[in-house]
Design a protein around this ligand. Structure first.
Ligand code: ADP
Length: 688
């Protein structure tokens, strides 16, 4: 536990001492458990060869085969097992890193696709790159839409309404054009109440990337009111004026996060990421320097065009460095990197909790329960800015983070060549390779056999981090009741540990992986959920609203609720009464749906989207349970609805049984946990 030790040893002050000169050698202990410093001499993955041994030569042992196992490891020697097949025909710019990973794993690549199904499909862009009916694909349906600037801001806003303190890691944002008047009013009010407040805002077009179309303003009246603001929505956000600087430069962090499964929720974070630097010394924004992109925007794609950009062979100098090298440096200055890492884990988990409800709606629409389809996983790129006080702030989430491991270099004037980028290779190959290791279908099978088919497959790859005790942040909170059934005893067994523990994956599960792949380094991806489920489950209430929404969607394949579906929801949950007639229900539906659709976000399908349903649900909750905090009102209404539906399901089941044993109750296969009505009923009764 190097990181833990590191955090115990230094003076541990969050305020940073003065900058050390550039190139100063970090003296902090290597953070082997968290992001690992990439000190020279650490084994780097070389192209074309595994970490040890020549390329393409699988190490095959002659050990006895264990009874009942098709492949595996005996006495430290690998046993022949069917090679995992990967379709890389759509990998696009991630192809190079993928190829290296597959070589290291000795898996079989199909660069032009395959007539037979593959185990894994690696897509460069989106879930819809192909028609796939089995195996695993590295994209979730709807993810690209979900992480667009406007959608992400809305999803986080919903969570900020419910849990303002927990979600204060996202800058205050307004959605344009619809919230322009609100933005103008709020800024005027804040300026009136504090005349010394001299804010700066950053305007970011929706769906933009690589800094495209981004500009800074000092006043709402500076928003460029061209035709484009109407046709292309944008987010305007409070600009973080006091970022942490290294070598006097602003930088941001790109962290790689694996969403391994949506239900049950499984999240892994890569121990190392990248830090992308600006190329001009930072100054707080003034009217004079607002337009200086090399000072204010950290995008690699912009700064590479600056004359000051430094390509570096080393991982701790230059304009792109490993995050671990930054942590080392901070640690040597006495910063509390242990707390920083814990805050980052918390930011990642909370952000994904904000995204999951809508992702589940997309999922059931694209892969309805019962229809053949692949299972999904996805590597996300989290862009995080550190404030001067070391607080991490979320800038955005990328559904398709660049996995390129080379960059273009001008060798002589006008002559360009793609040259390898050691920093990118070091971080990205490890992320792809270890994602594949975690998704290895044979691990799943093996684990099923060993455990006698666990009800919850996610358990297969949980790491157990033994021996750490810490604060349980939410022991008395509502998390107990809200805890997903699937994640109870097995998954939360380790949840008493605090978020600071990112120790090596040396539990029994890891042992299995390590002995099966003797040549590979330990996994760079660390599980953070369900490992820390107990601390965060109380935040997952919109997930439960989404489960209600999905139940009433009716026809499979849709993402929007029609007026009839909404009425059925109200009726089945017994939400209408003399004070709230069905006519009021219709008005509520029309009001919210018209306003949402008027925002011009999605005209493809008419009806009520999840975010509109959530708004309606919050309205109903406020009506029914006045004068409580919003999250309590919403939780009470969810409990009430789930109870009513459980009663209804029980009645239906009783009718079915009365009709004869050949009739089975109309329960859903529960891909997204939409039934489980009996347990909801007893939960509610116990709770009451
Ligand atoms: P893009 O998808 O175009 O890269 P980002 O949201 O990542 O858009 O913003 C681009 C860059 O602008 C970021 O890398 C960061 O350097 C800067 N930036 C974005 N939002 C803020 C903010 N609220 N405060 C300070 N800097 C920001």
């Amino acid at each position: 536990m190097e990181l833990a030790r590191e955090a115990e040893e230094p003076p541990g002050s969050p305020a940073l001492p003065a900058e050390e000169p550039q190139g100063g050698h970090p003296t902090g202990a290597p953070a082997a458990d968290g992001p690992v410093p990439s000190a020279a001499g650490r084994g780097r993955c070389r192209r074309g060869a595994g970490p040890k041994g020549p390329p393409g030569r699988a190490v095959r042992g002659r050990g006895r085969r264990a009874p009942g196992r098709r492949g595996g490891e005996e006495g430290g020697r690998a046993v022949r097992r069917p090679r995992v097949t990967v379709d890389s025909s759509k990998a696009k710019t991630s192809l190079e890193a993928l190829k290296i990973s597959l070589r290291q794993l000795h898996w079989r690549e199909y660069p032009f696709g395959r007539r037979l199904p593959c185990d894994i499909y690696w897509h460069g862009v989106s879930f819809h790159d192909n028609n796939i009916f089995s195996g695993q694909v590295n994209k979730f349906p709807g993810m690209t839409e979900m992480v667009r600037k406007v959608t992400l801001s809305r999803a986080v806003r919903t969570m900020q309404d419910l849990f303002p303190l927990e979600y204060n890691f996202y800058p205050r944002s307004w959605i344009l054009p619809e919230e322009l008047p609100l933005f103008v009013d709020e800024v005027r009010m804040m300026k009136d109440s504090d005349p010394s407040w001299k804010p700066t805002f950053i305007v970011k077009p929706d769906g933009g990337c690589q800094g495209d179309g981004i500009y800074l303003i000092k006043d709402p009246s500076d928003i460029r009111q061209t035709g484009s603001i109407q046709s292309r929505p944008a987010v305007v956000q409070e600009y973080i004026c006091k970022p942490l600087l290294v070598d006097k430069l602003k930088f941001d962090i790109r962290l790689y996060v694996l969403l391994k499964s949506l239900e049950p929720l499984e999240i892994y974070i890569a121990k190392d990421g990248l830090s992308r630097f600006c190329t001009e010394p930072y100054q707080e924004p003034t009217l004079k320097n607002l337009h200086q992109v090399f000072m204010h925007l950290t995008n690699y794609s912009l700064n590479i065009h600056s004359g000051n950009f430094i390509h570096s062979d080393s991982v701790n100098t230059g304009s792109k460095r490993t995050f671990s090298s930054i942590l080392c440096r901070l640690s040597s200055r006495g910063a509390d990197v242990k707390k920083l890492w814990s805050d980052i884990i918390s930011l990642v988990i909370k952000t994904i909790i904000a995204l999951t409800p809508e992702l589940k709606v997309y999922y059931q629409s694209d892969i309805p329960a019962g229809k053949p389809g692949p299972t999904c996983f996805q590597i996300l790129g989290f862009d995080i800015l550190l404030m001067k006080n070391l607080k991490p702030m979320l800038l955005e989430v990328n559904a398709n983070p660049s996995m390129r491991i080379e960059h273009e270099q001008e060798l002589s004037p006008g002559v360009f060549e793609n040259v390898p980028s050691p920093v990118d290779e070091e971080v990205k190959v490890a992320v792809i390779r270890d994602t594949l290791r975690l998704m290895d279908p044979q691990n799943k099978k093996r684990k099923d056999i060993q455990s006698g088919a666990l009800p919850c497959l996610s358990n297969c790859l949980c790491y157990l981090f033994p021996g750490h005790q810490g604060s349980d942040l939410c022991q008395d909170g509502p998390s107990q009741r809200l805890r997903n059934k699937c994640q109870t005893s097995e998954h939360v067994s380790e949840a008493n540990e605090d978020l600071l523990d990112i120790g090596p994956a040396d539990g029994p599960e890891h042992e299995t992986t390590r002995t099966l792949e003797p040549e590979l380094p330990s996994l760079c991806l660390k599980q953070v959920f369900p490992k820390y489920a107990k601390q965060f489950n109380y935040l997952r209430i919109v997930d439960r609203v989404a489960a209600l929404f999905i139940r009433f969607l009716g026809v499979k394949g849709t993402t929007k609720l029609g007026p009839t579906g909404f009425r059925t929801f109200i009726r089945n949950c017994k939400l209408s009464n003399s004070n709230f007639s069905m006519a009021c229900v219709d008005i509520l539906y029309i009001d919210i749906t018209r306003r949402r659709n008027g925002m011009g976000m999605d005209h493809r399908e008419s009806g009520m989207c999840l975010q509109a349903f959530v708004e309606a649900f919050f309205c109903l909750a406020q009506k029914k349970y006045k004068s409580l905090p919003l999250h309590q009102q919403v939780t009470l209404l969810i409990d009430f609805c789930e109870y009513q539906l459980a009663v209804l399901d029980e009645k239906r089941r009783a009718v079915c049984h009365a009709d004869g044993p050949h009739l089975t109750p109309a329960t859903h296969p529960s891909l997204l946990g939409r039934s489980a009505s009996a347990s909801k009923l007893s939960d509610y009764r116990n709770h009451r």
